[in-house]
Write a protein that binds this ligand. Structure first.
Ligand code: COA
Length: 332
């Protein structure tokens, strides 16, 4: 089989209008703007309107990505939605998006890899483009506000809602996905989980009363894992790509906490001007985070044809993923 190189044809994001500031959180839990800024770097985050679900934000991001790629919904072969906050357990949010877009030719499924979801979905999609599925829509969307306990100060300051989408298609030799590195360590699953609502602990009065439909996290454990894996995975993907860190124009890490980002960047010797950070404005938007950062870079005109971009994420699972992408379509 001839190998088809896969790349990003277009990208788009969607964020809710409603801003939740640190000052507002000060009125909700025992915290302070100073604590949140110094321990996380976050100043504000976005919260989806009450009537909106994952598919609403996903649809908006998808429409922008399709426009950016100059692809119509009817041309799509597949839709992959990375999310841990789907509209409901089933049908898949990807199927809801497929219907609302009118993507009648597309197969559709959800993928659960926590905050690594966007990188995971890009890798799955790129490999399917390589085998001949021409156009794949990848979406990362999460409304973690829906599973966050706003009386728990150790988690509620961290998360926000958002969506990002990318259209994948064939690109010229040397462009698109150059290398990817994914992994999982399920032994750390307890460090970040939503205990109830699945087949292990079906929803009941008791599970609701015990707060088991909220996200539970061992912050310190996740922190240590994140710093280690961001460094290790980045090093491995650069080696696979055969590139030195100097060749990379943009490092786009998962936006969870500025201290995790800075510690990893320092370990890898990445200078500030190559590091993209927007965690101060959105908090941790989970599966949307990396795509949202890429969409901002693209919208601002900071991504040029031929630029090497390195994305790296980690999240519930525990999972991680990194990828080197050479931006643009080349001569496809
Ligand atoms: N405001 C004020 N104090 C807070 C607080 C808040 N919002 N949240 C926690 N604290 C308190 C704790 O109760 C603790 O108090 P204690 O010492 O009296 O028990 C103290 O601050 C220090 O807590 P600690 O957990 O050591 O803080 P930290 O510096 O590790 O920061 C996190 C906590 C959650 C910010 C940090 O561990 C983190 O970012 N972890 C990774 C989380 C993540 O990225 N998750 C998503 C992965 S995709």
């Amino acid at each position: 089989m001839t190998h088809i190189q896969a790349g990003i044809w277009g990208i788009g994001a969607a964020i809710p209008e409603r801003i939740l500031t640190n000052q507002e959180l000060e009125t909700m839990v025992e915290t302070s703007d100073a604590w949140i800024r110094s321990r996380t770097g976050i100043q504000e985050r976005r919260i989806a309107a009450r009537e909106h679900a994952a598919s609403d934000l996903a649809l908006e991001a998808a429409e922008r990505a399709l426009e950016d790629a100059a692809v119509s919904a009817g041309e799509l072969d597949m839709i992959i939605v990375a999310t841990i906050t789907p509209d409901m357990a089933f049908p898949a949010t990807a199927c809801i998006v497929q219907d609302r877009l009118g993507a009648s030719k597309a197969s559709a499924f959800d993928l659960s890899a926590g905050c690594s979801g966007f990188v995971y979905a890009l890798d799955v999609g790129a490999n399917l483009v390589a085998t001949g599925r021409a156009r794949i829509l990848v979406i990362g969307v999460d409304l973690l506000s829906r599973v966050t306990d706003y009386s728990d100060r150790s988690t509620c300051v961290l998360f926000g809602d958002g969506a990002a989408a990318a259209v994948l298609g064939p690109v010229g030799e040397g462009y698109g996905v150059v290398a990817a590195e994914l992994g999982a360590d399920g032994s750390g699953g307890d460090f970040l989980k939503l205990p109830a609502g699945g087949s292990r602990r079906p929803a009941s009065h008791d599970t609701v009363k015990a707060g088991e439909h909220y996200l539970h996290m061992a912050g310190n454990e996740v922190f240590k894992f994140a710093v280690r894996i961001m460094g290790d995975s980045t090093t491995r993907v650069l080696k696979k790509a055969g590139l030195s860190p100097e060749a990379i124009r943009w490092f786009v890490p998962h936006q969870a906490n500025i201290r995790i980002i800075n510690a990893s960047a320092q370990r890898l010797g990445i200078p500030d001007e190559k590091l993209y950070v927007n965690v101060q404005r959105y908090g941790n938007t989970s599966a949307a985070s990396i795509g949202l950062a890429l969409a901002e870079l693209s919208d601002a005109g900071h991504l040029s044809e031929g630029d090497y971009v390195l994305i790296v994420g980690f999240g519930a699972g525990l999972t991680w993923g990194s990828m080197v992408i050479r931006w643009g379509r080349g001569e496809s």
